[in-house]
Write a protein that binds this ligand. Structure first.
Ligand SMILES: *[C@@H]1O[C@H](CO)[C@@H](O)[C@H](O)[C@H]1NC(C)=O
Ligand SMILES: *[C@@H]1O[C@H](CO)[C@@H](O)[C@H](O)[C@H]1NC(C)=O
Ligand SMILES: *[C@@H]1O[C@H](CO)[C@@H](O)[C@H](O)[C@H]1NC(C)=O
Ligand SMILES: *[C@@H]1O[C@H](CO)[C@@H](O)[C@H](O)[C@H]1NC(C)=O
Length: 857
């Protein structure tokens, strides 16, 4: 659980304690959203290097907006230059930017793209672009971990810029989309650059003190800094002791830029300041160190020249502060500029001692003032109605304001805590009750509407939570269910708790099928992917189911290896092999609840998955996990794990095998009933039996999906055929050479059965029960074409992926598999529904199973 109000609280403290700061920018307060989410930034000011489609154009890159397809997504090419793409925002005037927010593409659960890393470049004039670096010199910013949460990153140092570009770091492992916001305030100083002599090195009691301008973003040549801004404008004043710094882990002297009089025979340091336009200047404030015991003092005199239009005025102004030998604290020295109009100022600061050190120089012009308070909690998303606070010199008012604010915050915190607790309790209670009634399905629907409302900011409860970006609480979307809720949906859980001795009588009967209704999705991160023996993918299992399974004993017995007789190699892969074997006396090793049609004392046909003895540790642990998972799968249409050999190497997993081999080979040997079959004298499969086959696959998948297992590779090649057209779903992955043509190696990614995969699996790497439904549609198509050809056989692999893009763009240019000649209209309609673009509109396996049962053959 997050406690977002903490940051809010400290921000408020900061802002009230620094209430006196108003004529120069205060990075602690200057954190207003600049209008991506609030809409003040116009669409035409948001541009990008490229866009995937019109619906993912730059203008959709607004934080917290779901318009278009939910975000800006660039075209990803295969070019190695991973920093070519950018989203650019033109703020129309210079801004001081202290914070950036990023978010991925969620699009109500369809999207799952985000930038894990990005860089920022900025420009003040639109032509010279500067890459942003943090104070340690690092350019890459860590971005999002999921598609929905907003991640805010402080920019240290802050940026002064008009144009900002977000550049996702693209490594081709996933597609990238972004929604962004900039936070800051208008740069009232108007300063575009300062040119100054480079800061120098001081040796203080043998300790080097580096007084260079470490964040200067301009050029540096011959010890002169030109065309940039840096530490003198980063909003951070140095400490009294210049060898110390606010910033963690930096060198002594970090906060200051300093010079010694030995390098300046003229006795002064000249700094030139360029501004965005001609301004009416009132004051300049210079933050100086005054540690006179270390030969550092404020300047003794300053002489400033003004340039308006193109000429320097001949009459400078001159000012001499009182030289202070008493108080060693650093301070702002205010220099009145007497309402001079200028677009550039050149000042000569005269030494008063051996050293002169500045940490900030600010300019006040045109009577504009920085806000001293954060926008009230109406939210930074709506800055328009927040009045600019007038300068208020009364300390008591500030104090009262401070107290009121603290009381208000405390009350708010208490309310939020209470409210959350009550809500949580209610939810828990509700879910428990519903589970007892075997109504888990309605729970998922309820939670869906709940979170949906939150996304739209429309429910009363959510408004309380989401009134500011800083304290917005991001609900778990329906696709990312809370573990505790998910766990209750799993029959495994009830079993586990039964075994643990907690006698929950009512729940133990929960039938697996009842838990399956809404189509559950998981973010990739929530899924444990097992390599599988052969390097192919096996079932994807919710991480949490894995947790449940881990630590529990394997529910199958050890089988004596010597009773296996090798018959034929079914396949092999990176980590092992799959053999077809005969097993003697297997019947003694099987659960009594296993109904087998094998007669006693007959050797039984089994598939043996074997891990190579030299397989690495990960492969071994995955293999053991796979055993645990497989041992829990008990359904007449899923291949059963019969026994294991894990007491010695090589580790083996013995599963059922069916005498008629896999469905693909089986159907290729057969013909539909009809003329051709009669003429060729080939064996036939009747429509009735085809229907029976399809129904069994649906039933097996219904079971898997009820456990939230995602198969990821459903196809006829992974279905085994037994006596009397019985079907069991297996998972050989891509271990068999026979089917290597069904898999495609996507650059830098796994080998994937792209012709069976949903568009979102291919493009977004998202595997869900809904993508299994898609694969089911393809499997059904294969079945009804008797596996005589590959799906989309007329398309190359690249064209298949191209077609996937058409599904994504949805401009009616996508190609569907055609209706097989023997396929009834109603079944083709079912197939088409499995290939619905919107995963949520695809039928569930429960529905598919029901439809198939209902439709007459
Ligand atoms: C002051 O705050 C308002 C709204 O809160 C904002 O629109 C304005 O830009 C801010 N002014 C400065 C100088 O940051
Ligand atoms: C400033 O000095 C430090 C310490 O020597 C050095 O690491 C850093 O690169 C310098 N920065 C610039 C901009 O010269
Ligand atoms: C500059 O501002 C001051 C104070 O607002 C004003 O009195 C003065 O006329 C302005 N100067 C010019 C040249 O506009
Ligand atoms: C630097 O300043 C110190 C103290 O004011 C003075 O004694 C010294 O002569 C100055 N050095 C130069 C080169 O001006």
């Amino acid at each position: 659980m997050k406690y977002p109000w903490k940051t809010n609280l400290s921000a408020l403290f900061l802002l009230y304690l620094s209430g006196a700061v108003r004529t120069q920018v205060n990075p602690g307060v200057c954190r207003f959203p600049l209008g991506m989410s609030g809409g003040q930034i116009q669409d035409e000011d948001i541009s990008a290097s490229s866009q995937w489609s019109d619906s993912t154009a730059a203008k959709y890159g607004r934080l917290d907006f779901e318009d278009g397809d939910g975000a800006w997504c660039p075209v990803i090419t295969d070019e190695p230059d991973s920093l070519k793409e950018f989203l650019q925002i033109d703020l129309r005037s210079l801004h001081f930017i202290t914070l950036v927010g990023t978010q991925g593409r969620h699009a109500g659960g369809i999207g799952n793209e985000f930038a894990q890393m990005y860089k920022i470049t900025y420009s003040r004039d639109g032509s010279r672009w500067v890459p942003w670096k943090n104070r340690q010199g690092k350019e890459v910013i860590e971005g999002n971990r999921n598609a929905y949460d907003i991640v805010l990153k402080d920019l240290e140092p802050p940026i002064v810029a008009r144009f900002v570009r977000f550049m996702p770091v693209i490594d081709h492992s996933m597609n990238v989309c972004m929604r962004v916001e900039l936070y800051g305030c208008e740069w009232l100083d108007g300063l575009v650059s300062y040119n100054a002599p480079a800061g120098q090195l001081m040796i203080l009691h043998d300790m080097p003190v580096y007084l260079n301008d470490s964040v200067y973003d301009g050029a540096m040549a011959y010890s002169v800094m030109t065309e940039g801004l840096g530490q003198l404008t980063d909003g951070m004043s140095g400490l009294d002791d210049f060898t110390q710094s606010h910033v963690y882990n930096v060198w002594p002297g970090y906060d200051y830029v300093g010079w010694t009089n030995e390098s300046f025979p003229s006795g002064f340091v000249e700094i030139m300041f360029e501004f965005d336009r001609t301004r009416n200047f009132t004051t300049m404030k210079v933050h100086c160190n005054n540690m006179f015991s270390k030969w550092v003092k404020t300047f003794q005199k300053v002489v400033c020249y003004f340039r308006s239009e193109s000429d320097w005025e001949t009459t400078p102004i001159s000012f001499s502060p009182v030289v202070d030998d008493v108080n060693p604290s650093a301070r702002f020295v205010t220099v009145s500029l007497h309402n001079h109009m200028a677009s550039a100022i050149k000042c000569q600061y005269h030494f008063a001692d051996v050293w002169m050190m500045f940490s900030e120089i600010t300019f006040q012009s045109d009577t504009a003032m920085y806000n001293t308070t954060l926008a009230p909690s109406k939210g930074p998303t709506r800055t328009g109605d927040n009045p600019t606070h007038k300068v208020d010199d009364s300390n008591t008012r500030i104090l009262i304001g401070c107290l009121v604010a603290i009381i208000f915050i405390l009350v708010a915190i208490i309310i939020i805590i209470l409210w959350r607790q009550v809500w949580q309790k209610l939810l828990e209670k509700a879910s428990r009750r519903m589970l007892d009634d075997e109504l888990t399905a309605s729970l998922s629907i309820q939670s869906e509407t709940f979170t949906y409302n939150n996304n739209n900011h429309s429910s009363a409860t959510s408004e309380q939570e989401s009134n500011s970006t800083y304290e917005r609480i991001f609900p778990l979307g329906p696709d990312y269910q809370e573990p505790s809720r998910l766990i209750r949906k799993l029959p495994e859980f009830t079993k586990a708790s039964d075994e643990a001795g907690t006698s929950s009588s009512s729940a133990s009967n929960t039938s697996p099928a009842s838990a399956q209704d809404g189509v559950p999705h998981y973010a990739e991160a929530d899924i444990v992917n097992l390599q599988g023996v052969t390097g192919g993918n096996t079932y994807a299992v919710p991480a949490l189911t894995m947790d449940l399974l881990s630590g529990k004993d394997v529910a199958v017995e050890e089988f004596p290896r010597q009773l296996l007789t090798f018959k034929e190699k079914l396949g092999e892969g990176q980590f092992g092999e799959v053999h077809l074997c005969e097993a003697e006396g297997m019947q003694d090793f099987m659960d009594e609840d296993f109904i087998s049609d094998i007669s006693e004392n007959q050797p039984m046909l089994v598939a043996v998955k074997m891990l190579r003895a030299d397989a690495n540790k990960n492969a071994r642990s995955d293999f053991l996990k796979e055993i645990k998972i497989m041992s829990r799968l008990k359904d007449p249409n899923i291949i059963r794990l019969l026994a294991v050999c894990i007491c010695s190497d090589p580790l083996c997993m013995i599963t059922e095998y069916m005498e008629n081999g896999d469905l693909n080979q089986f159907l290729s040997r057969h013909e539909p009933e009809g003329q051709i079959a009669l003429l060729s004298n080939a064996p036939t499969v009747s429509c009735r039996n085809l229907h029976y086959i399809a129904t069994q696959i649906a039933s097996g998948m219904k079971y898997l999906s009820s456990l939230n297992f995602v198969h990821r590779d459903l196809a006829t090649r992974n279905c085994l055929v037994g006596k009397k057209f019985t079907i069991k779903i297996a998972d050989f992955g891509m271990s068999r050479n026979l089917y290597s043509g069904d898999y495609y190696r996507i650059q830098g990614r796994a080998v994937l059965p792209i012709r069976w995969m949903s568009w979102e699996s291919i493009l977004l790497g998202k595997f869900t029960t809904a993508s299994d439904v898609w694969a089911y549609g393809v499997t059904l198509w294969e079945t009804l074409t008797f596996c005589k050809e590959q799906p989309y056989s007329q398309l190359s692999d690249e064209q298949v992926i191209e077609n996937t893009g058409e599904f994504f763009r949805d401009q009616k240019r996508q190609i569907y598999l055609p209706q097989p000649p023997i396929c009834p209209d109603s079944v083709y309609k079912l197939m088409l529904s499995c290939w619905h673009r919107n995963a949520k509109e695809r039928p569930s396996f429960q529905e598919i199973h029901r439809i198939l049962l209902e439709c007459q053959v």
